[in-house]
Design a protein around this ligand. Structure first.
Ligand code: GLU
Length: 528
C-alpha cells in the first residue's frame, strides 16, 4: 500500500511539488510599476496563472511599489490592462480585492516594521548609519583598486553600524532622528542550498552575498523584506519568477529562516530568460525597435522620454497568439504540438517541463502563430474587425460586401491590417495604373475592346462570377479575341495593377455598376 501511494505520488506530474499537507496552491505575479511590462513579465504572469489553474489554486496580482524613486505613472494601469488583454484573470489583487489585501505594497507600509524589529531583536539584522556620501567614497576607492565594494561580512565590522557602535551610541543616533537603514546580517561562511523546481539544487555561499538593506528610516521596506513578508502573509505556496531573481533566493531563504517561517515557506521556480532573436543576451526593449517587432504587450508611451514603444495588441496580434507563443518560450509540451489554447495549457502545464536554458525569441514564429489564429477566425468575426479599419480610411461599405471581400482574401493574410493591403482595391477606385502593365499590355486596340466588354457586362443579368465569366467568354469567342491580351488590361482597369484574386470574382464583389464605371474611368485616364 505504501509503495503504491509512493508510485502514484511520482506518477502525477507536478504532484510531488505540492506537499500533501499544504493547502490550496497560491501563486502571485508581483511586478514593480517601474515601466511597461516586458513580454518576459507577461510570460511570468502566464506561467503563474497556468500553474494556479492546473492545481485549482489562486492567482494573485501584487504590486510591489516600495521603491518610490522608480515609480512610473501609468505603469500599474498598464500592467493590469495587459493581463486583462491576455485573459490572465487574477483571483485577488488591486481592484479585485481578496482576503489577503491590500495588494499594493505601498498600502501595506505599516505592516513591515514589526518584522524589521523582529530581525533586529533576534540579531539577524542591524542598523547602519553610513551616509550615502561615505558609501560612495568607499565604492570609488575600491573601484580605483580594481575592486568592488560590498557592505557585508568582510566590511561591516569597520563601518558605522550597530555592530560597531555601542548600544548608547545607537540609541542616541536613533533618538536624534538620524537617517538609518536596516541591513540583513548574512551569516558567515554558510552554504545556502535550495531545491529550485526548475533548476534543481542551487547552492550559494554567504561569502559572496552582501548585507542587503531590508528597511529604511522612512518606514519603507525594500523589495526583499516586503516580498518575503507578503509571500508569507498571503500564504503563497510557489514563487514562480524570472531568472534575474535567482541570486536573491538565498537571501529570501534566509529571511524565511530568520523570521521563523521555514516550515510554511514557498518553493521557488526561476524561469529561464527570453533571449534575443540573434546574438547574445536577454531580449531587450531596444531589440524590438531594431528588428521591428514588439517587446511589450500593449503600446507604451513613455512619460519620461516621450518615446513610443510598439505593443502586440496595437500591432494586430491576437491575445491567443501572444499567449501561445509565450507559453512555448521556456516550456515544452514534450510533443510536436505547437498550437495551444489557454484552456489546454492550463490542463497540461507543468513546471517540470520548463527548461533551464534561455529561449530564443523568433519574431517570424510570432507572426506564424498570429496567422494561425487569424485563419481560425470566421469571416464574420474578421469582417467585424476589419470594419473599423475601413471606417478609418473613410470607406463606407456594407457588411455583406466586407464579408465577401474577407472571404476572398482571408487566406492571404495573417493580420487584420493585411486585409486592407490585400483588398483596398475593392473599396477605392484605382488612383493610378501600373505603368509597366500599360506599356506591355495596353495596345492601340485595347481601349475599344474594353469599351465593348463594358457593354457586354452591362447586359449580364445575374451578376455572379460564373455568369460574368460566361458572358465574357462567349463574347470573346464570338470576336475571336485573345483572352490573354484582354485579361491583363481589364484587371488594370479594376484594381490598378497585377494583383488580386480571380478577375470575375473581383467583378462580382465590385458589383456591375462599379465594374463598368471603373472600365470607363480607366479608358479615360489611360487613353487610347
Ligand atoms: N517585484 C519583483 C519584480 O519586479 C518581483 C520579483 C518576485 O517575483 O519575487 O519582478
Amino acid at each position: 500500500m505504501h509503495s503504491l501511494i509512493h508510485a502514484l505520488f511520482y506518477l502525477c506530474t507536478d504532484f510531488n511539488l505540492i506537499s500533501m499537507s499544504q493547502s490550496k496552491v497560491r501563486v502571485r505575479f508581483a511586478p514593480s510599476p517601474t515601466g511597461p511590462l516586458h513580454m518576459g513579465g507577461v510570460r511570468t504572469a502566464l506561467f503563474n496563472y497556468l500553474f494556479a489553474k492546473k492545481h485549482g489554486g489562486d492567482f494573485l496580482l501584487r504590486i510591489e511599489d516600495t521603491d518610490q524613486n522608480r515609480f512610473v505613472p501609468g505603469a500599474e494601469e498598464y500592467i493590469i490592462e495587459s493581463l486583462k488583454w491576455c485573459g490572465l484573470h487574477f483571483d485577488e489583487g488591486p481592484g479585485v480585492g481578496g482576503n489577503y489585501g491590500p495588494y499594493r505594497q505601498s498600502e501595506r507600509k505599516s505592516l513591515y516594521k514589526q518584522y524589521a524589529d523582529q530581525l533586529l531583536e533576534s540579531g539577524w539584522a542591524y542598523y547602519a548609519f553610513d551616509t550615502p556620501e561615505e558609501l560612495e567614497k568607499l565604492r570609488m576607492d575600491a573601484e580605483q583598486k580594481g575592486e568592488v565594494f560590498s557592505y557585508g561580512i568582510q566590511t561591516r565590522g569597520t563601518l558605522c553600524n550597530s555592530l560597531t557602535l555601542s548600544k548608547e551610541e545607537v540609541e542616541a543616533k536613533l533618538n536624534a532622528g538620524e537617517h538609518f537603514v536596516v541591513r540583513f546580517k548574512m551569516p558567515e561562511n554558510t552554504d545556502v542550498t535550495e531545491n529550485d523546481i526548475i533548476r534543481g539544487e542551487v547552492t550559494f555561499n554567504t561569502l559572496v552575498l552582501d548585507d542587503k538593506v531590508i528597511y529604511k528610516w522612512d518606514g519603507m521596506p525594500t523589495y526583499h523584506l516586503a516580498n518575503v513578508v507578503d509571500d508569507h502573509l498571503m500564504e503563497i505556496t510557489h514563487v514562480i519568477r524570472g531568472e534575474e531573481w535567482l541570486s536573491s533566493m538565498p537571501l529570501h531563504v534566509l529571511l524565511y529562516r530568520a523570521l521563523g517561517w521555514e516550515e510554511t515557506r514557498p518553493q521557488f521556480a526561476h524561469l529561464p530568460l527570453i533571449l534575443k532573436p540573434v546574438g547574445k543576451g536577454k531580449l531587450s526593449k531596444r531589440d524590438g525597435d531594431k528588428m521591428g517587432f514588439p517587446v511589450f504587450p500593449l503600446l507604451w508611451n513613455d512619460p519620461a522620454s516621450g518615446e513610443v514603444f510598439h505593443g502586440y495588441r496595437e500591432d494586430g496580434y491576437f491575445p491567443e497568439a501572444f499567449i501561445n507563443l509565450l507559453a512555448l518560450l521556456g516550456w515544452n509540451p514534450g510533443t510536436e504540438q505547437e498550437i495551444f489554447s489557454i484552456e489546454e495549457l492550463a490542463r497540461i502545464f507543468s513546471l517540470e517541463r520548463v527548461v533551464k536554458s534561455g529561449s530564443r525569441f523568433d519574431p517570424e514564429k510570432a507572426k506564424w502563430f498570429n496567422r494561425h489564429y487569424f485563419q481560425q477566425k470566421s469571416v464574420e468575426e474578421l469582417a467585424g474587425l476589419f470594419k473599423p479599419v475601413l471606417e478609418q480610411k473613410g470607406v463606407k461599405a456594407s457588411n455583406e460586401k466586407i464579408e465577401k471581400v474577407v472571404a476572398e482574401i482571408k487566406e492571404r493574410c495573417g493580420f487584420v491590417a493585411e486585409l486592407w493591403e490585400q483588398s483596398y482595391y475593392f473599396f477605392v477606385v484605382p488612383e493610378s495604373y501600373d505603368a509597366k502593365t500599360i506599356e506591355k499590355r495596353w495596345l492601340p486596340e485595347t481601349a475599344g475592346q474594353l469599351k465593348e466588354i463594358g457593354n457586354v457586362f452591362n447586359m449580364v443579368e445575374n451578376w455572379e462570377q460564373a455568369n460574368i465569366k460566361e458572358a465574357f467568354s462567349e463574347f470573346m469567342n464570338s470576336k475571336g479575341w485573345n483572352f490573354g491580351a484582354i485579361m491583363n488590361p481589364l484587371r488594370l482597369c479594376l484594381v490598378g495593377g497585377n494583383v488580386g484574386p480571380d478577375l470575375f470574382k473581383i467583378c462580382e464583389i465590385l458589383g456591375k455598376e462599379e465594374t463598368v464605371s471603373r472600365i470607363k474611368i480607366a479608358i479615360e485616364k489611360i487613353g487610347k
